[in-house]
Write a protein that binds this ligand. Structure first.
Ligand code: COS
Length: 384
C-alpha cells in the first residue's frame, strides 16, 4: 500500500540520489577500511533512514511494507554494509519491541532507535541452534526483579555497534521447544554481557557480526518483551516474516546494480570486432537476469501489499526471500561471467558484490528453511 504517491516518489528519489551520488562513490573506502564513515552515518540519520519503518509517534517515518520494499530496491543498489547498519533498527533489532512490546518498552527504546542514537540487534542464533532456532539453550532464570541470562549467541549482526539486543532465551527449561522461549531487551552495557571478537567474513566489509556472551547477565524483569514468558519464539518468527520480505527487496536492489554494471560492461567491451552485448550468448545472460529480476520484483510487491492488508504472509515472505535471494545469486554469477576475467579482479565492483550477496541466501533463514516453511504451509492447507 502506498499512502501518498507524491510523498513516496519524493522519498524514493531522495534515497536514489543518496545511494547513487553519496554511497556508491564511497563503497571502496568502506571495503578497504571495514567501516562506515561517520559523515555517512550522520547523513543517514538526517534522512531518517534509521526509523523508516518505525511509527511516526516514535519519531520514525512509518512507511508501509510496500513503501519499505520500494525504498529497499534503491538501498540495495550499493554496498550491503550501508543497508546493514540501518537494517536492524528498521527490522529485526526493533520489530520485536514494536510488535509485542509494552507501551513503556516502546516509549523507552523506539524513539532512540528511530533517530539512530541507539543501534538495535537481534540475538537468536547460537553455536548449536541455527536453522533449528527453537532448540536454543541460552537460559533466563527469574530472580526477584531480574532475570539472569547465561549462554552464547552467534553471528549477531551489528553486535559491535549495538546499544540494545533483542535476546531469545529459555525461561522454562522443562519445555524443550518453542514454548519455553521468551524475548528480552538487553542493554549492551548490562553487567555480564560481553562480545566475542568481530567475525572475519567472506564479504560485506563494514557490516560487523560477533558472538554475544551472557555470563550471569542481569536483566530487569521489566525488559521481558510484552511482560509475557513463553511467547518469545513467536515474536522472533513474526519479526523474521517482515525481515525476510525486506531482505528479498534488498537482494532485488543488488541484482539491479549487478545487471546494470554487467550491461554497461557488455556494451563497452569489444571482442571479435564488436561490443560483446551484440553476441546472443551474452544477450541470453542479460535477458535471463532481467526476466528473473522482474518476477522477483512483482512477487515482493505483491507479498508486501498483502502484509499491508493485514494478512498472514509467512509463506509469501518465505517465497519472496527464497526466490529473490537465489535469483540474486544467479545474477551475480552471470554478471561475473559477462565481465570475464575482469569480473575476477577487484577493480570492478562485481567481484565484491559476488561475495557480498552470498549472505542473502543464508541469513534470516537459509533457502532450505524457506523451502521448509513453504512446504509445511502447503501441507497445512495454505492456498495454492
Ligand atoms: N508467526 C507466528 N508464529 C509462528 C510463526 C510465524 N511466522 N512460525 C511459527 N510460529 C509458531 C507456531 O505456530 C508454533 O506455535 P504453537 O506451538 O502455539 O503451535 C511455534 O511458533 C513453533 O513453530 P514450529 O513448530 O513451526 O517451530 P519449529 O521448531 O518447527 O521451527 C522454523 C520452525 C524451522 C521455521 C524456525 O525454526 C525457523 O525459522 N528457523 C530459521 C531461523 C532463522 O531464520 N535464523 C536466522 C537467524 S536470525 S538473522
Amino acid at each position: 500500500m502506498i499512502r501518498d504517491s507524491e510523498t513516496q516518489t519524493l522519498l524514493e528519489d531522495g534515497v536514489r540520489r543518496f545511494v547513487q551520488e553519496v554511497l556508491v562513490p564511497r563503497e571502496e573506502e568502506v571495503a578497504e577500511t571495514d567501516r562506515i564513515p561517520a559523515d555517512i552515518v550522520g547523513q543517514m540519520k538526517e534522512l531518517g533512514l534509521f526509523g523508516l519503518s518505525l511509527p511516526e509517534e516514535y519519531g520514525g517515518l512509518g512507511v508501509t511494507m510496500e513503501e519499505e520494499v520500494r525504498i529497499a530496491f534503491e538501498l540495495g543498489q550499493t554496498s550491503p554494509a550501508f543497508r546493514s547498519l540501518i537494517g536492524t533498527n528498521n527490522g529485526i533489532g526493533a520489530m520485536g519491541i514494536y510488535l509485542d512490546g509494552t507501551d513503556a518498552q516502546k516509549q523507552a527504546y523506539l524513539p532512540r532507535l528511530a533517530s539512530g542514537e541507539l543501534i538495535g540487534s537481534f540475538a537468536l542464533t547460537e553455536p548449536e541452534a541455527g536453522s533449528d532456532a527453537a532448540s536454543l539453550r541460552t537460559t533466563a532464570v527469574r530472580e526477584g526483579d531480574f532475570y539472569i541470562l547465561n549462554g552464547t549467541k552467534r553471528f549477531i549482526t551489528n553486535a559491535p555497534e549495538a546499544g540494545i539486543f533483542t535476546v531469545m532465551a529459555r525461561t522454562d527449561p522443562a519445555v524443550k521447544g518453542a514454548g519455553g522461549i521468551s524475548a528480552f531487551i538487553v542493554e549492551a552495557d548490562s553487567p555480564g554481557l560481553s562480545l566475542g571478537k568481530t567475525d572475519k567474513k567472506m564479504g560485506q566489509k563494514g557490516a560487523h557480526t560477533s558472538d554475544v556472551i551472557f555470563e550471569n547477565c542481569k536483566v530487569p524483569a521489566a525488559n521481558l518483551i510484552g511482560n509475557r514468558e513463553g511467547v518469545g519464539f513467536k515474536t522472533a518468527m513474526k519479526v523474521l516474516d517482515k525481515g525476510r520480505l525486506h531482505i528479498a527487496a534488498v537482494a532485488i536492489g543488488a541484482a539491479k546494480r549487478m545487471l546494470r554494471d554487467a550491461l554497461d560492461y557488455a556494451m563497452n567491451r569489444k571482442q571479435f570486432g564488436s561490443a560483446i552485448s551484440d553476441f546472443q550468448l551474452v544477450q541470453g545472460m542479460l535477458a535471463d537476469s532481467k526476466t528473473e529480476l522482474y518476477a522477483a520484483e512483482c512477487m515482493v510487491i505483491d507479498a508486501a501489499r498483502k502484509r499491508d492488508e493485514g494478512r498472514d504472509v509467512s509463506i509469501e515472505a518465505s517465497c519472496a526471500k527464497y526466490f529473490s535471494t537465489e535469483m540474486c545469486g544467479r545474477v551475480a554469477d552471470r554478471a561475473v561471467q559477462i565481465h570475464g576475467g575482469a569480473g575476477y579482479v577487484s577493480e570492478y565492483a562485481i567481484e565484491r558484490f559476488y561475495r557480498d550477496v552470498r549472505l542473502f541466501r543464508l541469513y534470516e533463514g537459509t533457502s532450505q528453511i524457506q523451502q521448509v516453511i513453504i512446504a509445511r504451509g502447503l501441507t497445512k492447507g495454505a492456498s495454492i
